[in-house]
Design a protein around this ligand. Structure first.
Ligand code: SF4
Length: 179
């Protein structure tokens, strides 16, 4: 089994069969995304994996530039309540973290996963990296690192739109940086 087949099997085993490879150099990391966190998101200053508890946008750009390969995982579902969405994405994020670990153990020592949304592994977030209750397993979401998820998803042919009704199906994306 070659590496791609091995990873395909691994992704399927973790219920993440819908994915595409993406060149990290083609993923935009932008100040405007950070501004949207700062002015427009209730997680700002509250969650341990959200701004300002994350590196600067410049450091996030540098971080991505140190990888030659990435995978973008697609998930789609409608959730009528916020709680339903958190429950759904917490399951996905646990799988992404497990994938990161397996990929790491298979020799890709730089493997790093990005969750599909703000980490909700705990009922109550500790609110800072220092106090995070699951330091080994929690990971930031791509937008927390300044990644333009719309641009990244569309660049490889995935669908994503601004939604206007909570009952609409949403497209969510997680990432795995790998080398
Ligand atoms: S693991 Fe818990 S404390 Fe850490 S970021 Fe996630 S929800 Fe917050």
């Amino acid at each position: 089994m070659n590496v791609e087949e091995q990873l395909t099997q691994m992704f399927e085993n973790h219920n993440c069969p819908d994915y595409k490879w993406i060149d990290p150099a083609l993923i935009n990391v932008c100040q405007w995304v950070r501004f949207k966190c700062q002015w427009g998101c209730n997680n700002y200053g509250v969650r341990a994996n959200c701004p300002p508890n994350v590196p600067s946008v410049e450091h996030c750009q540098q971080f991505l530039s140190e990888y030659s390969q990435a995978v973008i995982f697609h998930f789609r579902r409608a959730c009528t309540t916020r709680e339903e969405r958190y429950e759904w994405t917490a399951q996905i994020n646990a799988e992404l973290q497990a994938i990161e670990r397996e990929v790491f153990l298979s020799g890709y020592y730089k493997a790093f996963a990005l969750f599909v949304d703000a980490c909700h592994l705990c009922d109550e977030c500790a609110g800072s990296r220092k106090d995070c209750l699951q330091k080994m397993t929690s990971r930031p979401a791509p937008d927390a690192l300044g990644i333009d998820v719309y641009q990244a998803a569309r660049s490889v042919g995935y669908h994503i739109e601004v939604l206007t009704d909570p009952a609409q199906e949403m497209d969510r994306y997680g990432f795995l940086l790998i080398e």
